[in-house]
Design a protein around this ligand. Structure first.
Ligand SMILES: Cc1cc2nc3c(=O)[nH]c(=O)nc-3n(C[C@H](O)[C@H](O)[C@H](O)COP(=O)(O)OP(=O)(O)OC[C@H]3O[C@@H](n4cnc5c(N)ncnc54)[C@H](O)[C@@H]3O)c2cc1C
Length: 503
């Protein structure tokens, strides 16, 4: 029970406006080249929408209903030809090196047409974030050079991320909850590596990926203190695929079951474990895992927020079209005041969704994962240095032990708790706002359109099925609300317990 004084302190501690202006704080530091680059990424997404996504989206959705085992190989090959799987890989690791926030704008654009196709492209970067966020450059170089090679040869190499287990979803997204959940994916330390046993479910693009980032635990009763992150290649002995889900939406993007049976993973494919955490950061693995996970989800939740913004906008555009084409009592629907109010509400929702993910990107640029890449000297250096020089002189550095040590320290040791709270809190805010607003707009569009809206060929019923999934993955929207409380409200009120069901 809080005292009266504590309650009044709680109410008075809403952050001052000058403390939350991430965009204004970042603007003077932002390399100006990012603007042109971002516009080009948006234009590319529009071209892809016109030439590929719009003509295909409904057809693919129907195909997956007729054949639930359908896997989107052709679409992946097309996206690979368009360079989508390497565009946001840093140039040091052989990719195009586009600035990371530009991916969110690109994502909103794609998501305004089809969330399923967006995820076929976007979730690859969840896997890549799982590799790069911990700073283990040696492993990153090994996997990402195959992705780059896959683009050159026309044989796509996709990366997925495997955390969720049959009895642990929300629990494994948050270190504070991990030990209360029931994890079953065991990683046993053996000479020269680890042996993984267990199952992962709902892994986006699992069946289609070449590499997966997998989390196991050496002690299933103390997962937060014994986490092991590794990369495993499709076809490795002991690693196989089960079924993939016959799910409600985003049907073109498979959600797969992954099975590990005595799967040996050598030390050179281990991204992070307790030994590495101690060696490189001097910190316990629990703290490192929390930082690592926060780094990943601070970037990817902003991306899912952008998917929500895209859905909000797509639903608005379909509602506008319907209201302009439909006549009631001889008058276009759009001339009715209630319809104008509804469209204004939908417009507001789409704009708010957009603003929140943009602000979350500023948080990542100022205080999180994008900070170093977007420092002006690094940014312009990588933008202008010839790739051949990069490949010859800089890339080999990624193989050096000291570089991996420096990167792991930079990523996992040098971020203040306040930075972590800011980026993680804003990412959660963007994620649940964007996806809730996307859902809201799909519902409003259906209200406006009546029975017409229920027809698959009018897009909105598919959008509604698709956006529902975004409210669940990357941590349910309830978990993200609690995380916002933990990161942005809680620190000023240490007396309030967070992630404590007895509290
Ligand atoms: C389409 C799709 C794709 C996915 N892709 C991936 C992927 O690529 N990789 C991957 O690893 N995972 C993936 N997931 C899994 C996803 O991350 C989980 O679904 C998500 O974390 C939620 O877990 P859950 O579904 O098990 O829900 P549960 O954790 O079982 O939650 C059920 C309910 O309980 C609530 N709840 C749970 N714990 C708490 C708590 N402590 N406090 C308050 N409320 C709580 C939740 O909010 C929810 O309402 C995907 C899921 C979907 C649907």
């Amino acid at each position: 029970m809080l005292t009266r004084g504590e309650v009044s302190a709680l109410i008075q501690r809403f952050p001052k406006v000058e403390d939350t202006l991430l965009s204004l704080q970042y603007a003077p530091k932002m390399p100006k080249g990012m603007v042109q680059e971002t516009k080009a990424a948006i234009a590319l997404a529009r071209k892809f929408n016109n030439e590929v996504a719009r003509p295909l989206a409904l057809k693919l959705d129907r195909k997956t209903h007729e054949d639930p085992d359908y896997l989107p190989w052709e679409l992946v090959e097309t996206a690979n030809r368009w360079g989508f799987y390497t565009r946001w890989i840093p140039r040091m690791l052989g990719g195009w090196g586009l600035n990371m926030p530009s991916m969110s704008y690109f994502t909103e654009e794609l998501a305004s047409v089809c969330l399923g196709i967006t995820n076929v492209i976007g979730v690859h970067y969840l896997g890549i974030a799982g590799i790069t966020a911990c700073g283990n450059l040696k492993v990153a170089k090994r996997v990402l050079s195959e992705v780059v090679e896959g683009e050159k040869t026309g044989t796509p190499c996709i990366v997925s991320l495997s955390i969720t287990e049959p009895s642990a979803g929300t629990d494994v997204e948050e270190t504070d909850l991990m030990d209360k959940g029931t994890v079953t994916c065991h990683a046993e330390r053996v000479k020269g590596g680890y042996v993984f046993n267990g199952r992962k479910i709902f892994i986006s693009m699992g069946h289609v990926s070449t590499w997966t980032v997998v989390f196991g635990y050496t002690d299933l009763k103390r997962p937060s203190e014994t986490a092991v992150a590794a990369v495993v290649k499709t076809g490795s002995p002991g690693f196989s695929f089960g079924s993939h889900e016959n799910k409600m939406g985003q049907r073109v993007c498979p959600a797969s079951e992954l099975i590990f049976e005595d799967c040996f993973v050598p030390d050179n494919l281990i991204l992070m474990d307790a030994e590495k955490a101690r060696k490189y950061t001097g910190k316990p693995i629990r703290e490192v895992t929390q930082r690592y996970t926060d780094y990943v989800v601070s970037a990817t939740r902003a991306g899912v927020g952008a998917m929500g913004a895209g859905a909000a906008r797509g639903a608005f555009e379909h509602a506008m079209q319907y209201a302009s084409e439909t006549f009631i009592s001889g008058k276009p629907l759009i001339h009715y005041e209630w319809v104008q109010c509804l469209l204004a509400e939908m417009y507001k929702n789409a704009m708010l969704a957009r603003l929140t993910y943009i602000e979350a990107n500023y948080a990542n640029s100022l205080r999180g994962m994008y900070k170093i890449l977007q420092l002006k000297p690094f940014y312009y250096y990588y933008k202008h240095v010839p790739q051949a020089y990069n490949d010859k002189v800089l890339s080999p550095l990624t193989e050096k032990d000291w570089m991996t040590s420096l990167m792991i320290r930079t990523n996992l040791d040098w971020q203040f708790q306040s930075d972590q709270n800011c980026t993680s809190g804003w990412a959660s805010l963007a994620k649940f706002s964007g996806t809730d607003l996307g859902m809201k707009n799909c519902q409003l569009a259906l209200e406006l359109m009546g029975q017409t809206g229920l027809r698959q060929e009018r897009w909105v019923e598919k959008m509604l099925r698709d956006i529902k999934l975004c409210q669940i993955y990357e941590g349910t929207n309830q978990l993200n609300r609690v995380n916002l409380f933990k990161c942005l409200i809680g620190p000023a009120h240490p007396q309030v317990r967070v992630f404590d069901e007895q509290g």
